[in-house]
Design a protein. Structure first.
Length: 108
């Protein structure tokens, strides 16, 4: 899910007995009638634990279901151009998720 804040979000937060992981944090400037201020746009997901594999899996599941992944793999091996592009997009997202976990949280 997407969220924003006027303060830099921490990586993990507990709320109502659940743990959430904040990722893909982007700092930007927002100007309105009150002036210009720094805001942070980010995504967050609920996680069961904080290890690297669980975090990557949670990020992937937020965007792709298991059925989506199976379809992407099957379609890629069929060799159609659109299917290959969809698979490449999936792999790029997977790499981005791994990089996000490693860089932001020292969990390489």
């Amino acid at each position: 899910m997407k969220a924003n804040s006027e303060t830099m979000p921490v990586a993990f937060i507990k709320s109502k007995g659940k743990t959430f992981f904040n990722f893909n944090i982007v700092e930007s400037q927002k100007t309105d009638e009150a002036g210009t201020r720094t805001v942070f746009n980010y995504e967050y997901i609920e996680v069961e634990n904080k290890n690297r594999d669980s975090l990557i899996r949670a990020i992937m599941r937020d965007k792709y279901t298991v059925d989506d992944e199976i379809a992407l793999l099957n379609n890629k091996f069929r060799g159609k151009a659109k299917d290959i592009t969809d698979y490449d997009d999936y792999q790029a997202f997977r790499i981005k998720a791994k990089k996000e976990i490693g860089e932001k949280n020292g969990l390489v």
